[in-house]
Design a protein around this ligand. Structure first.
Ligand code: ZN
Length: 105
């Protein structure tokens, strides 16, 4: 998968699936996904209602610490609901927070 400059890739190493999305807002510490994007990503990564494989947006890191969420240039992100609430945005939005780690390519 080749990511465009504004995209992030979300991976689920349990199912071996990947999804990409273009965050609809960003600042220096966070990127934000809409509730609609989050629903699509969860469906693409797993899609099973009774499966507990993934995290907040269906992400799941690899067994050798391969990161679950990365930017086009290899920055590692983690999903957090708090960042969206801080902005006063409604339910379903998820913030992706920069962890400061670089993904091994
Ligand atoms: Zn699953």
């Amino acid at each position: 998968m080749t990511l465009n400059r504004t995209e992030v890739e979300i991976r689920n190493y349990f199912h071996g699936t990947r999804a990409s999305a273009r965050p609809d807002a960003r600042n220096q510490s966070h990127l934000w996904l809409s509730g609609r994007q989050v629903k699509r990503i969860r469906r693409e990564l797993c899609g099973m209602a009774d499966c507990c494989c993934g995290g907040l947006i269906g992400e799941r890191a690899g067994n050798n610490n391969e990161p679950a969420i990365v930017t086009h240039d290899g920055q590692v992100l983690s999903a957090t609901p708090e960042g969206a609430r801080l902005q006063g945005w409604g339910s379903g939005r998820v913030a992706l927070e920069y962890t400061g780690d670089e993904a091994r390519q």
